[in-house]
Design a protein around this ligand. Structure first.
Ligand code: NAD
Length: 384
């Protein structure tokens, strides 16, 4: 029988949406279901989650549901355990920095949801502390692992676009206010004091998508607003939505690429997917979403003529060609967990670290500054 090598992983925030569904069930438990993570030496790495949270009853419930027995409300005690190598954080954003700081001090490797902190200063301090402690660190950058964006990345690497001119992203959907229909996202997302806000939430995602697939971001101009100022919380009580719920951003990338991305919780979807990016290049264009990616090559580009007096005879959407999968795409969160685990135990390369996370936080901070001051803000390089 193949040797099973256990690896203890503290999972904090596992009763939340992301912690439970994507990280515990779809990633670590899924790795166990497939018999562990195969390593180079022929053994199999076996994640041993230690569930950590504030609420005993909720933790026990999660544990029972999956036949797990290792859970505690005492983070310090969990971090003191020698059989734990990794600390993972999917708590509300505002609690993250403190907890990761404790885990670094305890000498644990760090894997975390984004944003890594609520301020750039905090994010940089975490990255520095982790480097100084000599621990491995990684930040979730799940969108890069979406089938649609994987295909888009493949097109970029293959030179499909020629010179890339622009990227236009549309992200968002209607998040119910919570009065006559329950809201489908947690209320803390709409309170600034609790670490909410669509800029803090989504700009870190846009940062790594732009930086990793296209080019580094050099400047940002953003208009940020709160379209829906009053919402109703989980307990049915109304509250003031103090955080931004829509952001209209322009990002200037290296090489003159202009990216413009709208993010909104107050928009109704008239697209094929909840996020879509259109990329236009001299040789061709593409529209990529969560799963699909369609292209139009220069040679197959129609020549529309503006004439509002006549109904259009072109079916523009039909003029695009589907990019085939050509491979099996695993759950993105799981794929990234596997890479991080290999980074920790086998020294496999891994680039999405706390510095990458800090650059995402930086873009959010500069986006908010741009909106506040009504001007374009340049992105300076972070120094370790
Ligand atoms: N990668 C992604 O696509 C993605 C998507 C959504 C959210 N996130 C990130 O994941 C994190 C969690 O988001 P979520 O949507 O799962 O939130 P959630 O509200 O569903 O879960 C939050 C978790 O934090 C815990 N928690 C700890 N301290 C808390 C406090 N003081 N108040 C409230 N809860 C507290 C909760 O018990 C719960 O387990 C956030 O940082 C968010 O930015 C990432």
């Amino acid at each position: 029988m193949t040797a099973r090598v256990p690896i203890g992983i503290v999972m904090n925030g596992v009763t939340g949406r992301m912690g439970y569904r994507q990280h515990l069930v779809r990633s670590l438990l899924a790795i166990r279901e497939q018999g562990g993570l195969p390593l180079r030496d022929g053994s199999r790495l076996w994640p041993e989650p230690v569930l950590v949270g504030r609420n005993e009853a909720k933790l026990r419930d999660v544990a029972d549901r999956h036949g797990l027995t290792d859970w505690t409300t005492d983070l310090d005690a969990a971090l003191a355990r020698p059989d734990v190598s990794i600390y993972f954080d999917a708590q509300v954003t505002s609690e993250r920095e403190k907890a990761i700081g404790l885990a670094v001090a305890a000498g644990k490797h760090i894997y975390t949801e984004k944003p890594t902190a609520t301020t750039l200063h905090g994010a940089v301090e975490l990255a520095r502390a982790a480097d100084t402690a000599g621990v491995r660190h990684g930040v979730v950058q799940d969108k890069l692992f979406l089938p649609g964006l994987r295909k888009l990345d493949r097109l970029v690497r293959g030179g499909f676009f020629g010179r890339i001119l622009s990227v236009r992203g549309e992200f968002g959907y209607w998040v119910f206010e919570g009065d006559w229909q329950e809201a489908q996202r947690p209320s803390w997302n709409y309170r600034a004091a609790d670490g909410g806000g669509i800029v803090v939430d989504m700009f870190p995602h846009w940062h790594y998508v732009l930086e990793q697939i296209f080019a580094p971001v050099r400047a940002v101009t953003a208009h940020v607003t709160t379209h829906i100022p009053r919402r109703w919380a989980e307990d049915g009580q109304p509250y003031d939505a103090t955080a931004d719920d829509a952001a209209y951003g322009i990002f200037e990338l290296d090489g003159g690429v202009v990216a413009q991305i709208n993010s909104s919780w107050a928009v109704r979807v008239n697209r094929d997917e909840l996020v879509e990016f259109q990329v236009d290049g001299t040789e061709g264009s593409a529209v990529a979403g969560l799963r699909r990616c369609r292209v139009q090559h220069r040679a197959a580009t129609p020549k529309p003529v503006w004439n509002p007096d006549l109904p259009s005879t072109d079916d523009f959407r039909a003029q695009w060609q589907e990019v085939p999968d050509n491979e099996v795409f695993d759950n993105g969160f799981k794929a990234q967990w596997e890479m991080f685990l290999r980074h920790v135990v086998e020294d496999a390369p891994y680039t999405w670290d706390l510095w990458a996370g800090a650059r995402g936080v930086q873009l959010a901070e500069l986006g908010l500054q741009s909106a506040r001051e009504g001007r374009r803000v340049e992105v300076t390089e972070l120094r370790s």
